[in-house]
Design a protein around this ligand. Structure first.
Ligand code: TXA
Ligand code: MG
Length: 325
């Protein structure tokens, strides 16, 4: 079983950071909190350690992974930041933004982590535990979300333990993650920024800093610009019926806001993502609610969520979950 450290307790937190750094140094895997979702971290320079990530997740293909570093300076040692990339890094790092950048030939990053591409996805997380591990380990960390392939991303340490068990040496438990959706992924086509994955940083905030709209890659499902754009990615086993304005017999309900649809009382169970209609709260609850309902029922009705701000990413994840079976 993994060693689990509770980061709310000072002495356990100190031991946890040291235990995580030691595990990473020997090429083992660590489940760690970030502000978005829990990550499954390994030494990004080691083919063997990165291969262990794919084995633990049961990933069908070797998708490129996000490389986490503690600072923009550290990012610049592995990748080249254009002026537009530097503007975004200045505005949003540390935080829930991943930039896909040209990789430096001398970066030392495993080809397995970048899937052999000449770009590398880089992120500087703001979560204090992720920062502490990056600094103690002193290495860039490849870290996809710490779920088994096909499951939704983990927002608690218990989700990580349930999905990965013995494949992970250490889990750092810092409670539920604050944002609850994965980072927003932005790449570049020349000078133009391209939205590769909707996520915890709303599109409008990025566009405000750029002073221009993000490009959105053509919707050719056979040739996604980023594997994160693949439709079947976040898939609970239960079927989801989106934009539900009523309840069918045998359905559970994912609600949003104070006004429930007629017949809500007949639903098998009701989870409200945010009774007050707060999108940040809804994002933080989304994956835990999908996991919980997936265990209880095979049919879920989902109320409409007005598509602005963070809801764009929430609705993206719900659509994938609905189409993913
Ligand atoms: O919030 C997050 O980003 C979490 C936490 C743990 O940091 N990590 C995460 O990693 O979601 P993962 O591996 O589940 O998602 C990586 C995303 C995928 O959509 C992948 O296709 C994209 O980043 N990506 C990585 N490298 C890329 C590259 N070189 N070019 C295009 N897309 C890339
Ligand atoms: Mg993932």
């Amino acid at each position: 079983m993994p060693e689990i450290y509770h980061m709310s307790n000072d002495s356990s937190a100190t031991a946890g950071i040291a235990g995580a750094a030691a595990a990473l140094a020997r090429g083992a895997l660590v489940g760690l909190p970030t502000e978005t979702v829990y990550g499954l971290a390994a030494d990004a320079r080691s083919d063997r350690a990165v291969a262990a990530i794919f084995a633990a997740k049961g990933r069908p293909q070797f998708n490129p992974l996000i490389v986490h570093v503690p600072s923009r300076d550290a990012a610049q040692r592995i990748a080249v930041l254009s002026p537009a990339a530097r503007r975004l890094a200045d505005a949003f790092w540390p935080g829930p933004l991943t930039l896909v950048l040209p990789r430096r030939p001398e970066s030392g990053i495993s080809d397995l982590a970048t899937a052999g591409l000449d770009t590398v996805a880089v992120r500087v997380p703001v979560h204090p535990v992720a920062q502490a591990v990056l600094k103690a380990a002193g290495m860039p960390l490849a870290a996809p979300s710490a779920n088994r392939s096909g499951h939704v991303s983990p927002t608690t340490a218990a989700h990580v333990a349930a999905d990965l068990g013995d494949a992970v040496a250490v889990i750092l438990d810092a409670g539920p993650t604050g944002i609850g959706l994965e980072s927003t992924v932005v790449g570049f086509d020349g000078d133009r920024a391209v939205l590769l994955r909707l996520g915890g940083l709303p599109r409008t905030e990025i566009e405000r800093v750029l002073g221009a709209p993000l490009l959105v890659p053509g919707h050719d499902p056979d040739r996604p610009a980023s594997p994160g754009m693949l439709v079947k990615h976040y898939a609970p086993a239960a079927s989801l019926r989106l934009d539900a304005r009523d309840i069918h017999p045998g359905e559970a309900l994912i609600a949003f806001g104070p006004d429930l649809p007629p017949g809500a009382g007949d639903a098998l169970s009701v989870f409200n993502l945010s009774p007050s209609g707060d999108l940040a709260e809804a994002a933080a609850n989304l994956f835990a609610v999908l996991r919980a309902l997936d265990e209880k029922t095979d049919r879920i009705a989902v109320m409409p969520i007005p598509d602005h701000g963070l809801a764009e990413a929430i609705n993206d994840r719900l659509r994938r979950a609905a189409e993913g079976r």
